[in-house]
Design a protein around this ligand. Structure first.
Ligand code: THU
Length: 142
């Protein structure tokens, strides 16, 4: 699928922008919105290590802050022997916008793993679990 290849390439390219002077572990992400737009992100580390942010959340923040809340798929690119998986914080962060999200995890040598977010975060705590009156994204219910 051409859009899929475009998404993977966008993640590989976004990885080049990673600011990872502490871990030297560069990650790129590309999130495909239902609108067809692609939002990219990289990890951005900080001298106060805990303030660092992952590539996946960078991409999601860019998307949501530009008005997109529904997503088809997310490509994540690393340079390792095997593709990586989103960290726990990113899994939770992404689950907010749908656990059906398709994940395309790649390394820059061309290895690929396909999954859905639900595989990595079963029984997720999502807006649906909040008490009556909690907002459900994508419904216009704020
Ligand atoms: N990192 C990501 O950007 N995404 C992941 O899925 C895993 C980890 C970043 C965080 C940190 O900058 C570096 O990789 C090493 O943990």
């Amino acid at each position: 699928m051409q859009k899929e290849e475009e998404l993977i390439q966008a993640a590989v390219q976004a990885r080049e922008m990673a600011y990872a002077p502490y871990s030297q572990y560069k990650v790129g992400a590309a999130l495909l919105g239902k609108s067809g737009r692609i939002y990219t992100g990289c990890n951005v580390e900080n001298a106060s290590y805990g303030a660092s942010i992952c590539a996946e959340r960078t991409a999601a923040l860019k998307a949501v802050s530009e008005g997109e809340r529904e997503f088809e798929s997310l490509a994540v690119a690393v340079d390792g022997e095997a593709p990586s998986t989103p960290c726990g914080i990113c899994r939770q962060f992404l689950a907010e916008f749908g656990t059906e999200l398709r994940l395309i995890l790649v390394n820059i040598k061309g290895k690929r793993v396909d999954a859905i977010l639900e595989d990595y975060l079963p029984e997720a705590f999502t807006p649906k679990r909040l008490a009556k009156g909690g907002r459900i994204h994508g419904t216009g219910d704020q």
